[in-house]
Design a protein around this ligand. Structure first.
Ligand code: MOS
Length: 735
C-alpha cells in the first residue's frame, strides 16, 4: 500500500473499546526484569567466543609510523592483534566506516588495533601492551575555531537552507528586532547498553548479534563495507538497551568483530567501553545558532531568520539540522534558514535524540520568549498570534495541527495564569520561583516497511518483521495492532522482531518506527482479514473479528478452522506516497516548567514539568507517555547538565567520558514530570492515523526550563547547559 490518499474509516476507528491505545503492560516486560531478554553481548555461542578489545589513537591528527605488537602478542590469552597492516581492505559507505584500513589518524580515539584474547580481561591487558608511534599533524578541533571554514553541506535527511520572501530587505526595517546567538554543547547519546557485537561465520555467511536500530540498513552497510553480497549477512538485535541515534549506523564493534572472526575462523565478541563510545562512535555536534526575529508592534512576525552552525569530521556530510523547525513553526512572509557545516578533525557527529529540533528549539523557543518580554506580550499569546494557517514555506496544508489546543490545555492544567509577567517577583526563602513554556514540534515521516502475519491451526498469530525495539515498546504496540485487527487476545499473538531474516522493516529512528512498522502490520492484517472473510463467506467490510472468530449477523466462524492444516501467511507493505508531499506533517506539543533558582548560588531546581502533546492516534497510552516523559528528561538534561567537555589541544572528547562526569538528570533532579496526549487522528499520515512520538518529548522541553529560569530570576543564559556558574554571574543585582 502506498500512502497516496487520506485513510477513510478503518477497523481501528470502529473498535471504540479496542486494545489499540490501551496502556497494555510491555509484553516483553517479564523477560526484561527477569534477565531472560538477551542483549547482543549476552548471546551465548558454541564454541565460546573470543573477546576483542579496541586500541585507540592518542593523537588528534597525523599518521601511524610504527606499531609494535610483540609484547601484546606474547601476552597471556592473546590470539590476534589486528592493525592496519593485517586487516582486510574495506569499502567506504554512508552507514559504516572502514576500520583499521589506513595509517592515517583522522580523529582522536580512532581505532588503531584490535586485540583478541580468550577473555575480555586478557584482551584488555594485551591492548595496553600495543605500542603505537605517531607523526602528529595539526588539526582543527573546535566549532568556534573552524567557523571561517563553514560550508554549505550537501542535502542529507533535510535540505541545508531555505529562503522565502525577502528576509534581508525586511528584517532591518522591522519595528521590533531581536538578534541573538545561542550555543549548545557537544552531547553523547548516553544510552544504557554500550555498543556490542558477537560475530559468527558459517562458511561465507556472517551473522552479527549486535545492537543496532536499523537492521536492514545495517545489513546493507556491513555487506558493502566487507564487500559481500547482502544476502550473506544477517543482523540480529532482539533486544536493545537504548539507542537514541547512536545505533542508527553500524559502528566499529560490528566491523571489527566480523573481520576478527573471519581471520580466526572463530566467533568473536567486541564491546565498546563507555569511555570508548565517546570517541569511537558518534555524538551530537555542538551548535552556534543565530536567531533573528523581526515583528510589528503587535508581535506579528515579519521576518524570521535562523543560521545554525555545526561541525563534523571533514570527510562527513551530516549536519545538525538545527534551523529546520524554523521553516514550519511560525508564520511570517520573509524567511531565511541556513544550516552550515564546519569541517573538523574530530570524532564523527551524527543523529542524536531529535536531531535538529532538540537543539534548534532551544534557540528558537528561547528567542521567542525573549521577544515576548521585549514586546510585553504573554509568551503563549505571542505564539498564537504567529500560528500559521498553512506551512509557511511550502504553502501546503498541515496534515493536522492542534498546537494552539496544546498551549491552552497545558496552560489550564499547569496554572499558567499564576505566572508573574516580570522576573524576580516570586520568592520563597532564598529561592526565586518562575515558570516558562515552549512549543514542541517534530517532523513526521513514513518510511517503507513490510511485515508477515501467519496464523496456524492453533489460532496463534505469528508476526515477523526486521523491526527493532530499542526500549520504546515496539513489541507491545505491534502486538496490540495485530490483536485488535485479528480479533485475538494479545497472548495469542507472537511478535518476532529484530532479525534481518524477517521481512524488511523501518527500524527505529526519526520517530518513524511505530507508525511505519505498525502500518505494514496493519496492511498485512487487513489482507488476512480479507482471506478469512472470503473463506467464511462473509463480507469483509461488515464482519467483526473478536474472540478468535469472524462474526457477522448470526454467523460466527472460528479463525483457526479457516486456515487449513498448514496455516495461512500473508505479507503487508507500506510505502510513503503523495500524502507526504501534499501535507506538511509534524507532531506538536506545549512544554511547561517551574523552577526554583537559588538567589545566592544560582543553583537551579526543577520543581515540576508538564508536556501536552498531539501525535495522532496513540497506540499505547502508557508507552507513549513513558517516551514523552523520557524525552522531557532529555530536555532537562540539555537545559541544565549535559555537555561533553572537549580537550581543545587534540579534539578529544575525553575529559568527562564517563557517566559520572557526563551528567544526565537523575530521579532527584526530576520531582514531578507529567505528559498528556490530546486526542487526535491524522488520516493523512498512515493507515494508523498516528504520528511520531519518540522524539517529541525532548522538543522544546529544555527551552521551557530555560524560560522558567529567566522568569524566576531574570538571568537569560544563551549558552547551554545552564549551569550555576553561568546563572550566578548573570543574576541581576536585585535578586
Ligand atoms: Mo534517532 S536520533 O533517528 O535514533
Amino acid at each position: 500500500m502506498e500512502m497516496n490518499s487520506p485513510i477513510g474509516t478503518t477497523p481501528l476507528d470502529r473498535a471504540r473499546d479496542g486494545i489499540v491505545g490501551k496502556p497494555l503492560d510491555r509484553v516483553d516486560g517479564r523477560l526484561k526484569v527477569t534477565g531472560g531478554a538477551k542483549y547482543a553481548y549476552e548471546v551465548a555461542q558454541a564454541p565460546e567466543a573470543l573477546y576483542g578489545y579496541v586500541v585507540q589513537a592518542t593523537i588528534g591528527k597525523g599518521r601511524i609510523t610504527a606499531i609494535d605488537k610483540t609484547a601484546a602478542e606474547a601476552a597471556p590469552g592473546v590470539v590476534l592483534v589486528l592493525t592496519h597492516e593485517n586487516a582486510p581492505e574495506q569499502a567506504r559507505n554512508r552507514r559504516a566506516h572502514p576500520v583499521l584500513n589506513s595509517p592515517d589518524i583522522a580523529y582522536y580515539g580512532q581505532p588503531v588495533a584490535l586485540v583478541v584474547a580468550r577473555s575480555f580481561e586478557e584482551a584488555r591487558a594485551g591492548a595496553y601492551l600495543v605500542r603505537v608511534s605517531y607523526e602528529e599533524a595539526s588539526g582543527s578541533y573546535t566549532l568556534k575555531g573552524g567557523l571561517g571554514q563553514a560550508r554549505v553541506p550537501s542535502a542529507g535527511y533535510s535540505s541545508p537552507e531555505s529562503a522565502v520572501g525577502d528576509f534581508a530587505g525586511v528584517f532591518p526595517k522591522a519595528p521590533v528586532k531581536l538578534d541573538v546567538t545561542y550555543t549548545t554543547p557537544l552531547e553523547t547519546h548516553a544510552m544504557m547498553e554500550p555498543h556490542a557485537t558477537l560475530a559468527v561465520w558459517d562458511g561465507d555467511s556472517l551473522t552479527l548479534h549486535t545492537s543496532n536500530q536499523m537492521l536492514d540498513q545495517g545489513r546493507a552497510a556491513v555487506a558493502r563495507t566487507l564487500r559481500m553480497p547482502v544476502g550473506k549477512v544477517r543482523l540480529i538485535s532482539r533486544f536493545i538497551g537504548g539507542g537514541f541515534g547512536a545505533k542508527l549506523s553500524v559502528q566499529a564493534d560490528a566491523i571489527l568483530a566480523a573481520i576478527a572472526a573471519r581471520h580466526l575462523h572463530h566467533p568473536v565478541k567486541v564491546a565498546l567501553t563507555r569511555e570508548q563510545i565517546f570517541n569511537v562512535t558518534t555524538h551530537r555536534s555542538d551548535t552556534i545558532q543565530r536567531l533573528r526575529l523581526g515583528t510589528d508592534e503587535t508581535g506579528r512576525i515579519l521576518a524570521i531568520g535562523h543560521d545554525a552552525y555545526s561541525g563534523n569530521l571533514r570527510t562527513e556530510s551530516q549536519f545538525e539540522a538545527a534551523a529546520d523547525q524554523t521553516r514550519t513553526l511560525y508564520a511570517g512572509a520573509n524567511r531565511l534558514t541556513r544550516n552550515r557545516l564546519v569541517p573538523l578533525d574530530a570524532p564523527i557527529a551524527s543523529a542524536m535524540r531529535a536531531p535538529g529540533e532538540a537543539v534548534g528549539l532551544l534557540a528558537l523557543e528561547c528567542a521567542m520568549d525573549e521577544l515576548a518580554y521585549r514586546l510585553d506580550i504573554d509568551p503563549i499569546e505571542l505564539r498564537i498570534r504567529n500560528e500559521p494557517a498553512e506551512d509557511p514555506e511550502k504553502h501546503i496544508p498541515f496534515s493536522s495541527r492542534h498546537l494552539v489546543e496544546c498551549y491552552r490545555a497545558g496552560a489550564e492544567r499547569f496554572g499558567w495564569n499564576k505566572r508573574q509577567p516580570r522576573p524576580g517577583q516570586v520568592r520563597q526563602d532564598q529561592w526565586l520561583i518562575g515558570i516558562g513554556m515552549a512549543a514542541a514540534t517534530r517532523g513526521n515521516v513514513l518510511v517503507p516497511s513490510s511485515a508477515s502475519v501467519r496464523m496456524g491451526p492453533d489460532g496463534i498469530a505469528i508476526v515477523k518483521m526486521a523491526m527493532t525495539d530499542i526500549g520504546t515498546g515496539s513489541y507491545t504496540i505491534l502486538t496490540q495492532i495485530a490483536s485488535e485487527l485479528l480479533g485475538v487476545p494479545p497472548d495469542r499473538v507472537r511478535m518476532e522482531l529484530g532479525d534481518t531474516a524477517y521481512p524488511e522493516a523501518a527500524g527505529s529512528g526519526g520517530s518513524f518506527g511505530a507508525a511505519s512498522s505498525g502500518s505494514a502490520l496493519y496492511v498485512a492484517c487487513e489482507r488476512l482479514r480479507a482471506v478469512f472473510a472470503d473463506r467464511a463467506g462473509l463480507d469483509t467490510d461488515k464482519a467483526e473479528f473478536r474472540d478468535g472468530m469472524i462474526v457477522l449477523g448470526g454467523k460466527a466462524v472460528v479463525l483457526a478452522s479457516l486456515v487449513g492444516a498448514s496455516g495461512i501467511e500473508v505479507r503487508g507493505e507500506i510505502r510513503p506516497g503523495d500524502m507526504s508531499r501534499k501535507y506538511s506533517q509534524q507532531s506538536y506539543g506545549a512544554q511547561f516548567a517551574e523552577v526554583a533558582v537559588d538567589g545566592d548560588t544560582g543553583e537551579v531546581r526543577l520543581r515540576r514539568m508538564l508536556g501536552v502533546f498531539t501525535a495522532g492516534r496513540i497506540l499505547n497510552e502508557k508507552t507513549a507517555r513513558s517516551q514523552a516523559i523520557g524525552g522531557m528528561v532529555f530536555g532537562v538534561g540539555a537545559a541544565l547538565e549535559e555537555a561533553v567537555v572537549l580537550d581543545p589541544r587534540f579534539g578529544a572528547y575525553y575529559v568527562n567520558h564517563n557517566l559520572a562526569d557526563y551528567l544526565v538528570p537523575v530521579h532527584a533532579d526530576l520531582p514531578h514530570v507529567d505528559a498528556v496526549f490530546l486526542p487526535e487522528l491524522d488520516d493523512r499520515t498512515n493507515p494508523l492515523k498516528a504520528k511520531g512520538v519518540g522524539e517529541l518529548g525532548i522538543c522544546g522541553a529544555g527551552a521551557a526550563v530555560a524560560n522558567a529560569i529567566y522568569n524566576a530570576c531574570g538571568a537569560r543564559i544563551r549558552d547551554f547547559p545552564i549551569t550555576l556558574d553561568k546563572v550566578m554571574s548573570a543574576l541581576p543585582a536585585q535578586a
